[in-house]
Design a protein around this ligand. Sequence first.
Ligand SMILES: [Zn+2]
Length: 95
Amino acid sequence: MKEEMTCERVMDLLLERAGEILDAESEPLVREHLDACAACARWAETLKAAIRVFGTAARVEVPASLRRRVRERVMAETEKRESADRASPIPGEES
Ligand SMILES: [Zn+2]
């Protein structure tokens, strides 16, 4: 059974194993989610940039406050998207 990749889970994985995942791209489920989710893709890009600046993922420290803020923002965007989906039942009718 395929494991469900939620935004929250993807962000946690990226935070905990950023260098590993982003450098090796060894997590197909994460890649798949990033391809489909703009919010998490942006988060991954942010982490990638941070890794470039600081050298290694191990040295990247994300303050709990930032982490919480990013997460809340992505959650809000996800909710917005979901309620928009409910508002317009016809697929592909985004404006
Ligand atoms: Zn996501």
